[in-house]
Design a protein around this ligand. Sequence first.
Ligand code: SAM
Length: 449
Amino acid sequence: MGFPDHFLESLNGAPGFDKAEFTEAHQSPQDIFSIRFNTRKFNPENFEHQHWLARVPWSTAGYYLAERPQFVFDPLWHAGAYYVQEPSGMFLEFALRHSVDTSEKLRVLDLCAAPGGKSTLLQSMLPESSVIVSNEVIKARASILRENIVKAGGHNVVVTNNDPQDFGRLDGFFDAIVVDAPCSGSGLFRKDPAAMIEWSPQAVNMCSLRQQRILNDVLPSLRTAGVLIYCTCSFSREENEEIVEWLLKNFDMDLIDLPVPQEWGIVESRPGYRFYPNRLKGEGFFLAALRLRGDKPQRVSRGRKQSIQTASRSEKEQLKAEWLKGSVSLYKFANRLFAFTPDADEELSEILNHFFVRHAGVVIGEFAGKELVPDHNLAMSGLTRDELPSILLKKQEALQYLRKEEVKIDTAFKGWSLVVFNDVPLGWIKILSNRINNYYPKEWRILKQ
Ligand code: SAM
């Protein structure tokens, strides 16, 4: 593997950089496959390839796989039972657990969120009472973000499609902000050698200026004593330690020390933590955690509130009696009903007021007369009553369903039913007297044969 001109020289003096070992790790890269289970939906003990699994040390639900399965032909992947995530990025969990009280209700912003690796991690580790804003500035990428959020199934996530600048309007609102910044991408050279073509010292400088701009724009929305997690997949000091030094100089912030065991191979670079592929099983990554000084209380809402229409009493009663379990607030937008985590009216109203919202909570469906037409999001959510009809599918049938083909099922039952694979719902079918309608979303169906 030939590195871009000036790349290796630019890393001389970077904390923990060993040129010979680093070059070797790039010349004969070890294949690393890893997934993070969504433990709200699926117990890793039920994973069929148990003997493939080895834990990622800094993650509670992340595992290395001994082989790469064809994820596209695994129904559990489509159902959000796990997320294919690079191991180093899973370190966000460890950083958050050691910088905020993750047992409390939190307002968390994931500013640069697509395709959703960090947001789905946040959603699986934070209490369901928390409110997570998962934002992506690029419209097309916000769609894949929405898909991954829906599949993960949380009812406390809002997907927005805004510029970082817009978050200045939510002065002091968030308890924690994650900025997984767009960067020069050198940490992923092994996985994506094409990224080398784009790399240059000028690109690093451009990224560094953009990172400062993004942080400057978003920081007003962090409350005092709130936590900023800044990370990149770059090895360059200009995008890592130098950005953190700039933050410490220009904002009233303190660095948070994380108790990282030495045997993990993570380099403490002060300020921050570095991941090198020659020192651990993961790609290049950098993370720093900082706390804003002061003790001003979290801001309560200001300005005009967007009134949110709640579901009618009869709709609520019918939904709770026939479809839903657990405690959620029920709202209605343009005839569609949706559920959100309870006691979060204020947050929801603020977010709807200020942002371009692509998705919020769980879309339950729409009433057509007295009958609910359930949305796919409801099947993904874990909010469905245990008593609802459900039909277990074998793997081949599950794949037919996910291809949106006709599924043949021998049953006397008529009406809406979940279809389930390995205890995890895949979606809805409607069984009629002469056929079965497959309600899997067309745009997400498996196309590969
Ligand atoms: N956090 C994501 C995950 O774990 O799946 C990966 C995020 S990726 C490193 C950076 C994201 O920042 C991309 O989705 C990109 O579209 C977005 N981005 C690009 N330019 C941006 C800007 N000027 N402001 C905010 N985000 C930007």
